[in-house]
Design a protein around this ligand. Structure first.
Ligand SMILES: NC(=O)c1ccc[n+]([C@@H]2O[C@H](COP(=O)([O-])OP(=O)(O)OC[C@H]3O[C@@H](n4cnc5c(N)ncnc54)[C@H](O)[C@@H]3O)[C@@H](O)[C@H]2O)c1
Length: 716
């Protein structure tokens, strides 16, 4: 053994080829500080051993290296620039040491080689992948750029255009795609991986392969004709800005770094990367995006733990084949859990199946599925008009019309058809789970399972714990949601649960602006372009449906009369009463049509402006900051209330609920990250300026205390 640590072992194989194996104690290899220090020490030992003629890097896990240890990032990035620079320089010295070894080197890559893992393989002369390999530099998705030389080495290995695409999109690349652009030298079967890498090294030692020429290419400036370089970088900037937009600076920074470094040798090029990396690491955007990554892991970890208590779900049923029922059936079937779709009307069943077939056909057309797979998924959905079909279901999801009496009746009926231990969940969006539980003989087997529309796209499922729901019920529904590829968050019962409870105060803020003459299209523009929501409030209401919005608003007003009770007519009433229901009937705040290419199109409509003018008078302009404050303050305070009341268990889960359920701008990280970034005291001062607008604008006592103590919701 040449070197051994808890994360890395180095041994000498035949023909004096050394093998460095990443072998961390957990299930995967990560580039934490310990592994980096260990790699440094391992390389020193290798350098000192004069017998060694070549080096192969391998992993004892199913994956090579999944990337940096992101749990270390927020603490690390909070340090002074000088400390951060010294960390980056030290880390890069290790990668340079690997690249500068006096003999040929190769990486044998299986599974993920992402981030720091990808930067490791780029520092070797050769890269052999097996068919399971996935390679990439996802850093821009976290608001930063690669910091271990990725922006310098990748363009020199695969060319500037390819590297720009890899780095600015942050996508993982499959082995065969990596081979096409020359990121790897060969792709082999998993069992042949190590032997193939060793053979390549033997050929290099025997000078059949010119490893030094490859290395020199990485050490020098990029060989790009001036005109071509200008074209590449200018095009990339335009495209990247169009996709990433002004709120996500990292992809653009990556283009600039690659451009500036393109004329430099390794040392200078790396310095350009270091400087840009440090600047981005300090941004609020990086903090928010890293926070989301960590929160996502936290939420998924909780769901995984719940899985241990869960009942296995092999057969499911959904009651109601409407928009939601059809979506739930499709999602369950496509993730491998057969599902009975029960309705009272044959046309509804036909429509539900047709919707599923449409989604599947689109996937086949895009090459993401095959006709065989499509047939299998459709076979997993059993349409039925008869309750007898749900007899063997482990979980039944009720998704019939949003009417308390109908739901109560359906839930009572269901209990008579399923086994004693079957779990029953309701997809209600507003009706109290405790209220619905009253119609059941065994309320402990019942909880809420709130999906979002469209089911196949929206990642969140709110699992609502009623006062009688058993732990097994909650755990089983959480596990089923995870199996469906969704991110479940467990919340306690209250009107609107978590997501709708915080959404309606935001709509109330919007209504308040309109009641004073605010222009809905101008408000949407500010909330989309400046705040970063995927849709402004008027557009979102049109998508949700003004009838649904109107109904849910009444439920919320009844549940929280002090804050959400209504006096007089608001803009939602105006639209609803004029039968402008939104996208579903082609007119709401906006009018909807189909453009010449068959794509849905929305336009402003003088009629809706006329109706609003009749109700609220002439239009009045509001400043962007005012619009943001008046809509966001109510949502933010309601979110804090949900945490204080234990409706949602942690800031991390609340923020993920907002990002995954509503599309809260990821670069802001969620309400709690947003509050921490702006400072709780600053928020309280801002909200106090709007306190005259009513109960939704009153901060809680706990917020005031936190503000006075200069506290925050997250630790880092
Ligand atoms: N549409 C949304 O955006 C959304 C989002 C989240 C939750 N939800 C909730 O999901 C539920 C369904 O909403 P939807 O939009 O799919 O409604 P929908 O009107 O599209 O579908 C309801 C379906 O239930 C069927 N149905 C009625 N009574 C039935 C019974 N006794 N047994 C079986 N089927 C019956 C109807 O025939 C219809 O096909 C509601 O509780 C709603 O609040 C809707």
């Amino acid at each position: 053994m040449i070197y051994q640590s808890p994360t890395i072992q180095v041994e000498l194989l035949e023909d004096n080829i050394a093998k460095l194996c990443f072998n961390a104690p957990g299930s995967v290899n990560k580039f934490d500080r310990e592994t980096l220090a260990s790699l440094d020490a391992a390389l020193d030992s290798i350098k000192q051993d004069s017998n060694i003629k070549a080096l192969v890097l391998t992993s004892s896990k199913d994956t090579f290296i999944v990337g940096a240890d992101i749990t270390e990032f927020l603490g690390l990035f909070a340090q002074d620039d000088a400390v951060l620079l010294s960390w980056v320089e030290q880390a890069n010295a290790v990668f340079n040491k690997l690249e500068d070894l006096p003999f040929p080197t190769a990486s044998a890559i299986k599974g993920f080689a992402l981030g720091g893992g990808c930067e490791t393989i780029l520092a070797t002369d050769f890269r052999i992948a097996d068919t399971t390999a996935k390679i990439g530099l996802p850093e821009t998705k976290l608001g930063i750029i690669p910091g271990f030389g990725g922006t310098v080495r990748l363009p020199r290995v695969i060319g500037a255009d390819n590297a720009l695409e890899w780095i600015t999109t942050g996508k993982d690349q499959r082995a065969e795609d990596a081979l096409k652009v020359g990121a790897v030298d060969a792709v082999v079967a998993p069992q042949a991986l190590e032997a193939a890498a060793i053979q390549m090294l033997k050929d290099a030692v025997a000078e059949k392969l010119d490893w030094q020429a490859r290395r020199n290419r990485k050490l020098s400036a990029l060989t790009l004709p001036k005109l071509e370089a200008m074209m590449s970088f200018t095009t990339a900037k335009g495209m990247v800005f169009a996709v990433a937009g002004k709120h996500y600076p990292a992809p653009m920074a990556a283009v600039s770094v690659i451009e500036q470094a393109s004329t430099k040798g390794r040392a200078e090029a790396l310095q350009i990367e270091h400087q840009a990396f440090i600047k981005l690491a300090k941004t609020d955007v990086a903090k928010a995006l890293i926070g989301i990554f960590l929160n996502d892991q936290f939420v998924k970890g909780k769901a995984k733990k719940a899985g241990k208590l869960a009942k296995e779900v092999n057969n499911a049923a959904v009651l109601g084949a409407g928009i939601m029922g059809g979506g739930i059936a499709y999602q369950s079937a496509s993730k491998g859990t057969p599902i009975v779709m029960k309705d009272i009307a044959q046309p509804a069943l036909d429509l539900g199946l047709n919707e599923a077939a449409k989604l599947l056909s689109a996937q086949v057309a895009r090459g993401r599925s095959t006709p065989e797979k499509m047939a299998k998924v459709l076979n997993n959905i059993t349409p039925s008009l008869d309750y007898a079909a749900i007899k063997h279901s482990d979980v039944v999801v009720e998704a019939v019309v949003e009417h308390p009496k109908i739901k109560a009746q359906v839930l009572a009926e269901v209990e008579g058809y399923v086994s004693e231990d079957a779990i029953i969940a309701s997809n209600t969006s507003t009706i109290s789970i405790n209220l619905l539980a009253k119609s059941m003989k065994k309320p402990e087997r019942f909880c809420g399972m709130h999906f979002f529309n469209p089911v196949h796209k929206m990642p969140l499922v709110e699992v609502i714990r009623g006062e009688h729901s058993s732990e097994e019920t909650i755990a089983s529904v959480v596990a089923y949601a995870s199996k469906m590829g969704k991110t479940p968050i467990v919340v306690n019962d209250c009107p609107g649960f978590f997501v709708n409870r915080v959404l309606f105060p935001y709509f109330a803020g919007f209504n308040g602006l309109l009641a004073e003459g605010g222009d809905f299209a101008a408000i949407d523009k500010v909330m989309e372009k400046q705040f970063g929501w995927p849709m402004g409030p008027a557009y979102l209401l049109d998508v949700v449906g003004l009838d649904t919005g109107h109904h849910a608003q009444a439920v919320m007003a009844e549940g929280f009369p002090d804050r959400m009770g209504k006096s007089g007519t608001d803009a939602i009433d105006v639209m609803f009463e004029s039968k402008r229901l939104g996208q579903k009937n082609g007119k709401g705040f906006y009018v909807y049509s189909v453009d010449s290419r068959g794509k849905p199109k929305k336009d402003v409509d003088p009629t809706s402006y006329g109706l609003l003018k009749d109700a609220f008078g002439e239009l009045k302009a509001f400043e962007a900051d005012d619009i943001i404050a008046r809509t966001m303050i109510p949502m933010i305070i309601e979110t804090v209330r949900c945490l204080e009341e234990g409706i949602v268990a942690s800031p991390a889960e609340a923020d993920m609920g907002l990002v995954y359920g509503l599309g809260f701008p990821p670069f802001r990280g969620g309400v709690f990250r947003y509050l921490d970034t702006m400072g709780v005291a600053n928020f309280v001062a801002l909200a106090d300026k709007y306190a005259h607008l009513g109960g939704l604008y009153q901060v809680t006592d706990a917020m005031r205390t936190l503000a006075a103590n200069n506290g925050s919701y997250y630790q880092a």
